[in-house]
Write a protein that binds this ligand. Sequence first.
Ligand SMILES: [Zn+2]
Length: 145
Amino acid sequence: MDLAAALDCAPTGERPRFDLAAGALVGGRCADCGGTAWPARAVCHRCGGADVRLGAFSRTGTLVSCTRVMVSRPGLEAPYVLGQVRVDDGPVVFGQILGLDDTEMVPCPVTVRVDAARYWFTPDPGPDRPQDDAGLHAPTDERQN
Ligand SMILES: [Zn+2]
């Protein structure tokens, strides 16, 4: 296995995490096995291959688990919801879920939201939900991951 390509890869902190124009997370997809990771890794966590290509993932996914956090961390006002989202064509990503009401059941469809340094997920509009982000507030923390 030739890992020399991994030595030429930018450090994790310098690789893009968001595509602001697309409103999507940018991660890595292994050209050998199709494994995905967010943030992108220099070496595939599934097969050890070094041909990992950066790209934007789908903006949609499925919330597969969540928990309500009652003790806040700096920059976030408790209570808030954290969850695991299986991005439709990407990995499972851990992040904040905004706009999830107490009656929501998992799994449920969600959409990823990004801005310059943050990401979060919102449940997809349903028949009883507003069609926009009115009333939702982005996290104030600089980074969640
Ligand atoms: Zn792989």
